[in-house]
Design a protein. Structure first.
Length: 95
């Protein structure tokens, strides 16, 4: 299962520049309730609250698009995910 973390404008721009639409992305998650229930810009990828990711029972590959919140995301996933996961931080930031 592949999940995008972060559904903002920067995320959508990076997603399109990197042509990630060729991958089978299951869904996106975002803390912003204004984005939840909508679609990731220019795609058919639905945006959900973090609780969906936390409740998954399948192994997840999480692509971090919320580059300014890497440490926070790492901690959230470590403390809340039920299933094993792997995080890809596109720019390997230490933020």
């Amino acid at each position: 299962m592949i999940v995008l973390y972060g559904a903002g404008v920067k995320a959508a721009t990076l997603f399109n520049i990197l042509s990630l639409n060729k991958f089978n992305i299951d869904y996106a998650v975002d803390n912003d309730s204004n984005k939840q229930g909508l679609y990731f810009s220019g795609t058919n990828i639905r945006v959900y609250p973090l609780s969906k990711l936390f409740s998954e029972n399948k192994n997840c590959l999480v692509i971090n698009f919320a580059l300014d919140h890497t440490k926070e995301i790492t901690n959230l996933l470590a403390n809340n995910c039920k299933a094993p996961y792997e995080i890809i931080d596109l720019f390997n930031s230490s933020g």
